[in-house]
Design a protein around this ligand. Sequence first.
Ligand code: PA5
Length: 452
Amino acid sequence: MSDLLPLYDSTAADTVLDHDAREAVIDRLLAARTTLGNDASGSPEPGAFEPLDTDFVNWPARLLEDEAELSRIERVGAEFRERADEIVLLGIGGSSMGPRALFSALCDPYHNERPREARRNAPRIYFEGDNLDNNFLVALLDRLAHTTDQRWRLLVTSKSGNTIETAIALRVFLAALEARLGDAVEVAESLAVMTGADSPLRDQAVALGCSNIFTLPEKIGGRFSVMTSVGLLPAAILGLDIRALLAGAAEMTRVFGEADPGDNPPLDHAATSITAEEHHGMNVRVLSVWSKALEPLGLWHDQLLAESLGKDGRGATPLTAVNTRDLHSRGQQHQDGRRDKLITNLMIDEPRNIPLVIPPRPDDTDELNRLAGRTLHEVLDAAIRGTNLAYAEDARPTADIHLPRLGEFTMGALLQMLMLAITLEGYATGINPFGQPGVEAYKRHMHNELGR
Ligand code: PA5
């Protein structure tokens, strides 16, 4: 299976970044890895971070051993897949972005537009409760009201159970569900809830008679929760192999704990990132994804980096670019603007579908017959290599993350790699990657504005 792991290659960045500085960073990262390992195994050292939400590290391996919980997720997933034609997933931030990344990376790009048999017999999926946008809520309610089958169901994820965007959306969709079904038992059956052990959402779900309640682990924060029921239940509903997702993540944790620098993707990625920022002042991190399917993964990563390390006036700024699209927008600045960026490419080595071949034309007015017979993937490959060469010529550092192909095992490993890299960076730089105290300020003011 290890040939399905993401590979990290910083050869190009290494020609630009200071070698001695990187070696010194690696020493700090090795010490940080030991501390993180101790914290994650339940033996924190004095002065450990508070909060200390390290359970995500060993969670995939642990859940793979918990047959009862895994089969429960699969059973509820299969039931929702069979009995619903639409799923509305309510959640925001860490309670939404992980499942969204999995959906986009692993399902057909036109999943919701396809007939049922062409989407693994899975329901369509819609993401809401992640905004206060009246038009989108109204449009989705209208869409659901006009489906012929009327078999839509609701997933609600909120660890705290009191996030206002999600809670308002729940009221709205619950009212629609109740109006449609008119029967409390059916409403309860049409609902699954993922929440903390002690949350008002749990009380609400219990009061509704819902038995599909999944308790989120106390020591795993929202943006680190994609390998819990938060990501796994939607994935199971979509017909994805959740055991392979977990296996990939568990394997990445193993590699992280055992491998030397140079063969350790989370540690190597953190080493390049810290060196670029501390030694070269490059405090913008561009995750340049070379597939449209990975844009939501990029947004998930933006959140992970921003909420974990953007604290106390510190932390790099994340930015997702989708290429080749953004070569025609941000590309100018990345090639020619401030030297404040580290670019990490995320590319898929093997396309999932049959490679499209460029057809010849008798007229050749566009002069593309020189490319006739070549595949789109070959052209993309040339674009990646060409862009990297252009950056290298101007001493702009790039690193590559290679995904052998886009499947559950590799995605699980990639998500875990990025969570480990960012956590390790926090440990090595003295920033607590857990918690998000800065998010409270807007909530306080908003509640005041609303008169509470
Ligand atoms: O990473 C985090 O903890 C946050 O992004 C949360 O996931 C987000 O604020 C949603 O919180 P909750 O799940 O409590 O509704």
